[in-house]
Design a protein around this ligand. Structure first.
Ligand code: OGA
Ligand code: MN
Length: 283
């Protein structure tokens, strides 16, 4: 097994192993590399759904997404992200992740890690970006760090309540009221969280899910969020991944935000298998 860093800021590729068939000792090394690099890319994996599920379960208990539409028919815990259409209907979510976010931050128990497998890739577009929230926190001024201490942010799934994101056509069709029914209750989390395994502090907000700061008035809270959101998207903190066929990526949502960059031309196929591992309550 070889572990090669992909950038100065985050990410490493792992070559020479089959994740469906790992000794415990090798898994321990992978787990350590995951904590060190935050994103791991396993190349050339032959990964039927049950093997991907099995590998993910080594990191913890799998979670089931609130969106019921994009489930894999044979595997309740697997979701499909896809630009493929059958009979005029997408076979998976075509636009998941189109604004910066950390998975399931709108719930009390957000995602530990997400695992995405490239079943089909397009010739153009479909990249993924991650930004390092340890670095985002560590590069704040001492004054800002002090200001953030003890603050909590409100996260919601409901796009209609978040002026920072667009509402896609399909949701406009579903309508505001029904969409509000699908959305779970808001979650409130510390604006700076402590990673439960490394003990390091990371900035924890995103433009997709965070809508306000609990302890501050509306104007002051939004101004602080604007400042932090601009800071967390600096190119210095970001690694952009161009997918190869049969890449399997796994990333740590406790210290990263990420973005589906989109730009897949009409008619080209990006088809991914996704599973998520349940984390713990941010503190
Ligand atoms: C996700 C996600 C990004 C992508 O699966 O949680 O945001 O590039 N995916 O598909
Ligand atoms: Mn995501």
């Amino acid at each position: 097994m070889q572990i090669n860093p992909l950038s100065d800021v985050l990410g490493a590729e792992v070559v020479g192993i089959d994740v469906g068939n790992l000794e415990d000792e090798t898994f321990d090394k992978i787990h350590a590399a995951f904590l060190e690099h935050h994103v791991l890319v396993f190349r050339d994996q032959e990964l039927p759904p049950e093997r991907q599920v099995g590998f993910a379960q080594r990191f913890g208990e799998l979670d089931v997404h609130i969106q019921k539409d994009n489930k894999h028919s044979g595997h309740e815990a697997m979701q499909i992200l896809s630009t493929k259409k059958v009979d005029g209907k997408y076979v998976g979510s075509p636009s998941a992740g189109d604004a910066w976010h950390s998975d399931l931050s709108y719930t009390d128990i957000p995602t530990l890690c997400t695992m995405l497998y490239a079943v089909e890739i397009p010739e153009v577009g479909g990249d993924t970006e991650w930004s390092n929230m340890y670095q985002a926190y560590e590069t704040l001024s001492e004054e800002t760090k002090e200001k953030l201490e003890g603050l909590h942010a409100r996260h919601t799934f409901n796009r209609f309540r978040n002026p920072r994101v667009e509402v896609p056509e399909i949701y406009k069709e579903i309508g505001k009221e029904r969409y509000a029914d699908i959305a779970p209750p808001d979650a409130v989390h510390p604006l700076v969280r402590t990673h439960p395994e490394t003990g390091r502090k990371a900035l924890y907000l995103s433009e997709r899910f965070t809508i306000g700061i609990e302890e501050l008035g509306e104007e002051e809270g939004q101004a602080l969020m604007d400042e932090l959101i601009a800071h967390q998207k600096q190119r210095d903190f970001i690694y952009r991944h161009k997918w190869n066929l049969h890449d399997l990526t796994i990333w740590d949502n406790r210290c990263l935000i990420h973005l589906a960059c989109g730009g897949v031309p009409e008619g080209q196929i990006r088809h991914m298998h996704r599973v998520i591992v349940r984390g713990d309550k941010p503190f």
